[in-house]
Design a protein around this ligand. Structure first.
Ligand code: BG6
Ligand code: GLC
Ligand code: GLC
Length: 923
């Protein structure tokens, strides 16, 4: 186009050309006018069809399905969150492509205080026509030159400048600062830029220019700048609309709906690029002969058909084409035309806006037309106003249909019945054309009645928003660095895990030999896994996990279990020993009554999940309490005696306690009943521990050299001699210090459910203190001990959860947070649970390798019976354990069997075996 730019109208010194023949009569004229204006009328049905077709194109493009016709592009922008309002700093913004032939440079200061704005300083430069259509390098050199000219005049510190680049053309972005131009639109056509990274081109030009050292931190589309510049209000501003030289919108989409992104968490701002929408079925009926002519004569025929009906670059041209046509038909200006009226680009957007404005009055219209070299009559003025109104009304309605499509898309993606949203509007058509805005808003209400939309005009163009994105990009990069630094000690590499495995092997050997070791390697007097010949009815107790259970176990050809859960209040778990055992007996009595077992003295197996030095199957001295238990006067005493004493105190019952069994052993036995290769028991629940079948010859302190015995490793205490100090983080230290047993169970405190949530909470507190999370605001909730239960970790890390649901979980906990926060919390949880699973895997690897060595085999196939809520409920824990074991013990094929019935069944089986053997000895 020839004369876009700010030069204004050509003066009307050129001659009018008038018809030689007669003009049409008044009735013909009005028909011609009607026919002409009628073409610009769009019915509601047509708008709805455009809305539906555009929505279809949008959803198709999101799914990554190529469409045959160039439709909307749906380009992800890498802007993942709307502004916090806390962004601050000084930023340089360079705007290219939003407003016709001008380039703007701004100095934006963000104060970080809501409502407190500092007016940006800015300067506009007109881009010479030959640069807009010349070589790309020339354009970017021009931009770099404008930048230094602007900065030279600024009284500011020019070191370490951070720049946001507003580049308003369709681009494939691959990062916040990487963006490849797909194709020029509007009045630009510079060679050698399409297919190139425009950030790099700008950086190169700045370097060539050499005057300033500027870091180009982010590149954004003008729609994104508009959205981001919106003050955070009552409702989220999640849509940006621009109608300037061109037109487009962006909105916040769920990342998982954007097929090209390999990301299923969080949101991302998508630039629709609706200017290229061109569905023949929907647009065809509303295209006029003038639209076809305009397209034909444009720089990019066939492209941007939708934009050419709405964008400010084209509205003046459409008006010009209609006026020229009406003049040529003799309806206007006495049938006379002027060279200006017949020249492309002679009517600009501002002229249309002026002429259409009813308050401007006839004199203004007259003046504009005269400037075009025309001699308008009074009736011409009115008709010209009608033409302007028709062209602009259609533009506003089409724009509304497109915006309604975006709102519907947003509503679908949020799965909401009604959508409350704010739309930030920008661009000269929106800003300076009140009629355009009111028609746009009215039509949106009509087309998207289920959306409650408020329109917020952008205060100072997109500049502030671009600075926001730049600030966010800079802040995110800084926060990410801090998050990574914080989580780095949790990310264990192969060598570190292999070292844990090796240390564990050493500690096992020492423990077995009876030397000082953090692994006690306690003999359990269980010498064999079940062989299926066990029979009888047994009672079982299961104390020490999340639940206390009393069970009736019937062993025939299979096993039948009836059980009941009883609670152990914290006051009892941490009260006097007598109180605790009296409570246990009360529960047994209650169970017996309910099951009709009163008066019967069934053999009883007691799963007691704490470290005990056993002297036989039915004798176990509690070495120390672990987990949340701390009842007085029990440590150093035989637990079976404590139970028997309580039974005596209760008088009413008779119980025959046959065996005391650790939960790892109960689990191994229970799984061993199904799979004879099960020689290891593993618990990852409230606490963590493992047991396995060791060769008796290796076990000091138990007579006999042949056969095997199950060893309760009590691996929770691994590292209590300081050997894990290298891995311990400041957060582990805090958790340990705040526990009821500081310095004890250090391995357990890095792995098990009772502590993982606390580790996460301490990390979150720390990240908050760094300002990385929750905008640096400590909440009372986060200071509350144990608010993070294991089950939250398992829920949060579930693959099927959208970030929205993660947020909801955390909000339920009373933590108000943004999507960015939620993503970081998730990453913290992942790092903590991953380390736990890997450490656990290193432990299992040590055990299976020990068994392989015992057997002297090249390859070992072995099964591990596993129980515990963390292992069972966490979405990734079990696979991470298995992967670590495969890595560290490549010669062992390890199968993990989840215990279905709890360890009470195993305790009953141990009891059954003991009863069978006792009978044999009696015989
Ligand atoms: C149960 C066993 O299923 O798991 C208990 O029956 C064991 O004996 C427990 O202690 C461990 O898991 P949690 O998560 O309950 O501590
Ligand atoms: C054009 C550009 C688009 C921009 C819009 C408004 O459509 O392709 O990126 O947002 O104009 O300036
Ligand atoms: C604790 C106990 C241990 C038990 C484990 C799992 O570590 O000390 O005996 O096996 O928790 O419940």
């Amino acid at each position: 186009m020839d004369s876009i730019g700010s030069s204004g109208l050509r003066q009307g010194e050129e001659a009018l050309s008038c018809p030689e023949e007669g003009l049409p009569g008044p009735s013909d004229s009005s028909e011609l006018v009607q026919e002409c204006l009628q073409q610009f009328k769009v019915t509601r049905a047509q708008l709805q069809q455009i809305q539906a077709s555009l929505l279809g194109s949008m959803e198709q493009a999101l799914r990554g399905q190529a469409s045959p016709a160039p439709a909307v592009r749906m380009l992800p922008t890498y802007v993942g969150s709307t502004p916090h309002g806390t962004e601050q700093g000084d930023f340089v913004v360079l705007e290219l492509g939003a407003t016709g032939a001008s380039l703007r440079v701004l100095w934006v200061t963000l104060t970080g205080i809501e409502g407190h704005r500092v007016e940006p300083r800015s300067q506009e430069f007109v881009i010479p026509q030959e640069v807009m259509l010349g070589a790309g390098q020339q354009l970017f050199d021009f931009a770099a030159h404008c930048l230094s000219e602007f900065l030279d005049a600024q009284p500011v510190n020019k070191q370490g400048l951070q720049l946001g680049f507003s580049f308003s053309f369709p681009c494939h972005q691959t990062g916040l600062d990487r963006s490849t131009l797909i194709s020029w639109t509007k009045g630009f056509r510079c060679s050698g830029v399409e297919g190139q990274d425009v950030v790099q081109l700008l950086r190169d030009a700045i370097r060539r220019q050499g005057a300033y050292n500027i870091d180009v931190v982010a590149v954004v589309n003008d729609t994104v700048g508009t959205m981001m510049g919106c003050e955070p209000g009552v409702r989220p501003c999640e849509v940006g609309l621009v109608v300037d030289t061109g037109t487009n919108a962006c909105y916040m989409e769920e990342a998982r709906h954007v097929a090209v992104l390999d990301e299923d968490r969080g949101r991302v701002c998508v630039s629709v690029e609706w200017g290229s929408f061109s569905d023949d079925g929907a647009l065809g009926p509303v295209l006029t002969t003038f639209d076809h002519t305009l397209d034909h004569e444009s720089l990019n025929p066939g492209a941007q058909r939708f934009e050419k009906m709405i964008g400010g670059l084209y509205l003046g041209e459409l008006v010009r084409l209609v006026l020229a046509h009406l003049a040529q038909c003799g309806v206007l200006f006495g049938g006379c035309t002027s060279p200006a009226l017949l020249s492309q680009g002679s009517i600009l957007l501002e002229h249309v806006a002026e002429m259409e404005d009813p308050s401007a009055g006839a004199a203004r219209v007259h003046a504009v037309l005269q400037d075009l070299g025309l001699s308008p009559r009074a009736s011409d003025v009115e008709l010209v106003q009608h033409v302007c109104a028709a062209v602009c009304t259609r533009a506003a309605q089409l724009c509304a249909a497109a915006l309604a499509a975006v709102l519907s898309c947003l509503q679908h993606s949020r799965e909401q019945q009604t959508l409350q949203v704010a739309v930030a509007t920008g661009g000269r058509v929106c800003e300076r054309h009140p009629r355009f805005c009111s028609i746009l808003q009215g039509t949106v209400m009509l087309l998207a009645p289920e959306c409650d939309v408020s329109f917020i005009p952008s205060a100072d163009g997109g500049g502030r928003g671009v600075a926001m994105v730049t600030a966010v990009a800079a802040r995110l990069a800084a926060h990410r660095r801090l998050l990574e630094e914080t989580l780095a000690p949790f990310r264990l590499n192969h060598d570190q895990l292999a070292a844990v495995q090796a240390q564990m092997r050493k500690a096992m050997a020492k423990g077995l030999r009876g030397e000082a070791s953090s692994l006690r390697m306690l003999p359990t007097f269980v010498r064999a896994t079940p062989d299926g010949s066990e029979r009888g009815d047994f009672l079982a107790l299961d104390l020490g996990g999340t639940n206390f259970r009393v069970l009736l176990v019937r062993v025939t050809t299979g096993v039948q279990i009836t059980s009941q859960i009883y609670s152990i209040p914290e006051s009892v778990a941490q009260g006097s020993g007598q109180q605790l055992f009296d409570h246990i007996v009360d529960c047994i009595v209650d169970f017996q009554q309910k099951q009709g077992l009163s008066g019967q003295s069934l053999p009883l197996g007691f799963t007691f999940s704490f470290p005990c030095r056993q002297l036989g199957l039915d004798q176990g001295i509690l070495l120390n309490w672990t987990k949340g238990f701390n009842a007085s006067d029990c440590e150093g005493r035989d637990v079976v005696s404590l139970l028997r004493e309580a039974i005596t105190r209760r008088q009413a019952v008779e119980l025959n306690v046959v065996a005391i069994v650790n939960d790892t052993v109960g689990t191994m036995m229970s799984c061993g009943y199904e799979d004879p290769r099960c020689e290891i028991g593993l618990i990852v629940g409230t606490g963590t521990n493992a047991c396995y079948m060791e060769e008796l010859r290796n076990v000091a302190g138990v007579p006999g050299d042949s056969g095997r015995m199950c060893i309760n490793m009590e691996w929770g205490a691994f590292g209590d001699d300081g050997s894990l100090a290298m891995l311990s983080t400041r957060f582990d230290a805090s958790v340990d210090q705040a526990s009821i047993n500081p310095g004890k169970q250090r391995f357990e405190k890095m792995i098990s459910g009772m502590y993982l949530g606390e580790i996460v909470r301490h990390i979150l507190l720390y990240l908050t203190s760094l300002g990385v999370l929750f905008r640096g605001q400590q909440t009372q909730r986060l200071q509350t001990r144990d608010i993070f239960k294991t089950k939250f970790l398992s829920e949060i890390e579930s693959d099927s959860l959208a970030l929205r649901q993660v947020r909801a979980i955390l909000e339920d906990l009373g933590l108000p947070l943004t999507s960015d926060d939620a993503l970081m919390v998730l990453e913290v949880c992942q790092a903590v649970s991953q380390r736990a699973a890997q450490l656990c895997g290193a432990g299992v690897a040590a055990v299976v390798e020990k068994i392989r060595e015992n057997r002297g085999v090249e390859e070992l196939a072995v099964s591990v019976g596993v129980d515990g809520t963390l292992y069972k409920l966490h979405p990734h824990f079990s696979s991470l354990v298995a992967a670590t074991v495969r890595e560290l013990a490549p010669h062992c094929v390890v199968t993990f069997l989840q215990s279905e019935d709890g360890s009470g069944k195993g305790a009953a089986l141990v009891t059954a075996v003991a009863c069978r053997l006792a009978q044999l000895t009696r015989v």
